[in-house]
Design a protein around this ligand. Sequence first.
Ligand SMILES: [Fe+2]
Ligand SMILES: [Fe+2]
Length: 134
Amino acid sequence: MPDWHPLMKTGIVEVDDDHRELVRRINELGQAMRRGEGREKVADLLAFLRCCADEHFALEEKLMAEAGYPGADEHRARHEQFRRDLAEQANTFAGAPAERAVALDLHGWVMTWLSNHTLYEDESFADFFRAKGR
Ligand SMILES: [Fe+2]
Ligand SMILES: [Fe+2]
């Protein structure tokens, strides 16, 4: 995972702060896996994602509603899908004997999701937000 990339910047301070923290956590997991300490970090990351993704999504959804963003329903559906996928990842992790493989899967999944979601979906919303002069 590249570190925080300027392209990920939405210009909405609270959203960018959350994304930066997410990237930091994901990188931490990557480093822990290289040291062979993946399992502990996976549990941390899962717990973090569960609580903070909820908060972060609520923030974005509130901003979208306030701004009258036309793509809000679709965006909300993406967040819902992430929650379902996260629950599935957590289940897999809980019952997995092959720890390293599971840590790698989780790392890859969350990395891909975050890059795609922030670069395209969050960015579309941010464009709209900026165009409205917020
Ligand atoms: Fe986001
Ligand atoms: Fe989002």
